[in-house]
Design a protein. Structure first.
Length: 155
């Protein structure tokens, strides 16, 4: 068993007002609907429990689930970290969304997140596994962005 990681940092200017972007990014049902591989997000207070469909990784299939502690600063920042009480979960995501008004109108949005997962693979497989993970994360981000723009009516 080894730990593997993938990181994504990206930013964009959305033509929508910050309040609309905030509403979308804090709507767990919408996030589950527009994010590839995510099958559901259950919310209990500040805990969001994510469930994902099966993702193939070097001959094994994983269906991650993980619980995030969400810290929301309305219309400014979303911080999330893995719930430390969920030691049985093999996947964790840590990160931040930042929102601010764009000078020319709309909203500057940036995200920085890191996914880590424990898999029944040797550490020697790290380069190949992390390359696959990076590809999956990039695909998820691309489709999520497209779907978010569509939801906001800006696609």
């Amino acid at each position: 068993m080894a730990t593997f990681r993938a990181r994504d940092r990206s930013s964009a200017v959305l033509r929508s007002p910050r309040s609309e972007v905030w509403a979308a990014l804090t709507d767990a049902d919408l996030i589950a609907k527009i994010t590839p591989y995510v099958t559901s997000i259950d919310v209990e207070g500040d805990r969001w429990r994510w469930r994902m469909g099966t993702i193939p990784v070097l001959g094994i299939s994983v269906a991650p689930h993980f619980t995030e502690v969400m810290e929301l600063r309305p219309e400014e920042r979303i911080d999330f970290r893995h719930d430390p009480a969920r030691t049985e979960e093999m996947t964790a995501v840590e990160g931040t969304y930042l929102l601010k008004d764009h000078d020319g109108g709309g909203t500057d949005v940036s995200i920085d997140l890191q996914i880590s997962t424990h898999l029944p693979l040797p550490g020697l497989a790290r380069p190949a596994v992390e390359r696959v993970m990076a590809g999956v994360v990039k695909h998820m981000g691309t489709v999520f962005s497209r779907n978010l723009l569509k939801h906001l009516g800006k696609a």
